[in-house]
Ligand binder design. Structure first.
Ligand SMILES: [Zn+2]
Length: 418
């Protein structure tokens, strides 16, 4: 990596110029050009035209928690974080799955507080689309996404991260489905009583219990995708063996490249593809860059006093204290950890394509859910850099369309029996 630095810097420079061009000229021009009426652009084979033609669907961003806890206005270009409407448009994003994430430590691993926290996030996404119909269109299906693209809007979709908010009640699966939620991961970093997590000790021996299997069957019945990101290996296999529909990973990568428990083994990737599903590759350095996780653990120890002081000095709520801790971590990670580049994300895409073909890979950024991002894919505005790297590696325009969102649209159609 280090010996490649001059090349990397050159790539970064080119990527920046590429984006500057995209924001100031082509993208603006596109806003006034009705879809399908610019044949020159529709057939152009430059990276930006290919990127613009593709329907880009990001499976995972944690931005809605910022709306609730930091009261950010997503219509403005924000000076921090990774996502807002301005940067999403600049990045040619067409559809965003917003993660409805209930952190168990702050909002309980179930119960009324967890349900309320999920409901508040769903309400915030609905309010966003209601207040700004010029930008957003609520979507619950692939057809809705395609319609939003036709209308020049960004589709807003929802996925429930961690099963805490169903509060161990089967009827709540439909409750969330009816509110627009279209995927759910059974556990985040803390196991539920019915599904093991890759993030805690109990998860190692916990799969799905009978209730967990009934949740998966209910999701299949409704057409809510089952997400294996964050679950333990045992739970992964129970899900794959229980689900009758395609299983997805909304934000995971390959353990063969970055050996962390959150990632999928080659055997898992093959099994997931066998269900017809898609691995949406996460952009987070810890999960994509070999050795980065170990370095981060060391840095976490070094900065622990600073992080604790920031928390102690924050007079606000537990949520505000967490935000204060995250701000210090973001700042210190940028200073103390080596940069990671989008080419590494494409290494994971390549690995999946070599294992199971190009029909089973997509993208799940985890923007606004992480304290570090790739240097040349730092926010959603940089998404065209991924397309550029895919094309540089020899992917065809139709491959790029599949990877950016086409594969997920196929899975979403199939969940609804289309
Ligand atoms: Zn996550």
């Amino acid at each position: 990596m280090r010996s490649l630095k001059p090349l990397v810097l050159l790539t970064l420079f080119c990527a920046t110029s590429f984006l500057a061009g995209c924001r100031e000229t082509n993208m603006n021009q596109d806003q006034t050009t009705p879809v399908g009426q610019n044949s020159a652009r529709d057939s152009a084979n430059d990276p930006l035209s290919i990127h613009k033609r593709a329907i880009a669907v990001d499976l995972h961003a944690d931005t809605v928690q910022r709306v609730l806890d930091e009261h950010v206005d997503l219509q403005q270009q924000l000076s921090d974080g990774h996502f807002d409407a301005v940067r999403a448009k600049a990045g040619g994003l067409d559809a965003q799955f917003f993660s409805i994430w209930v952190e168990p430590q702050l909002f309980g691993g179930g119960g009324e507080r967890a349900v309320k926290r999920a409901d508040d996030q769903i309400a915030a996404i609905r309010a966003l689309a209601e207040k700004h119909p010029e930008t957003w269109q609520l979507a619950t299906s692939a057809a809705d996404v395609r319609r939003a693209v036709q209308d020049g809007k960004i589709a807003a979709l929802m996925g429930l991260e961690g099963g805490y908010a169903i509060d161990e009640k089967l009827e709540n699966v439909q409750r969330y489905y009816d509110r627009g939620v279209r995927y759910m991961s059974p556990a985040w970093s803390v196991s539920t009583s019915w599904a093991g997590s890759s993030g805690d000790a109990v998860g190692a021996s916990r799969g799905l219990n009978d209730f967990g299997k009934s949740v998966v069957r209910e999701m299949n019945r409704l057409g809510m995708m089952v997400d294996v990101s964050h679950v333990s290996d045992k739970t992964f296999w129970d899900i794959v063996n229980t689900s009758t529909k395609a299983v997805v990973a909304t934000h995971s990568a390959c353990r063969a490249i970055a050996n962390v428990p959150r990632n999928l083994t080659d055997e898992m990737i093959r099994a997931l593809a066998h269900t017809g599903g898609v691995v949406n590759v996460i952009f987070y350095p810890e999960h994509i860059e070999p050795g980065w996780s170990e370095l981060k653990k060391r840095v976490d120890v070094e900065i622990a006093p600073m992080v604790q002081a920031a928390s102690a000095n924050e007079p606000g709520s537990a949520v505000q204290k967490k935000l204060a801790r995250d701000r210090v971590r973001t700042r210190e990670f940028a200073k103390r950890l080596p940069p990671v580049y989008a080419s590494r994300i494409v290494d994971h895409i390549d690995h999946i394509v070599k294992l199971v073909g190009v029909d089973h890979v997509g993208i799940g950024s985890d923007f606004d859910g992480v304290q570090s991002t790739a240097a040349d894919l730092a926010t959603i505005a940089d998404l065209p850099n991924l397309t550029k790297e895919l094309l540089r590696r020899g992917y065809s325009p139709s491959d790029v369309e599949k990877i950016l969102g086409g594969n997920m649209l196929r899975v979403m159609d199939a969940q609804q029996g289309k």
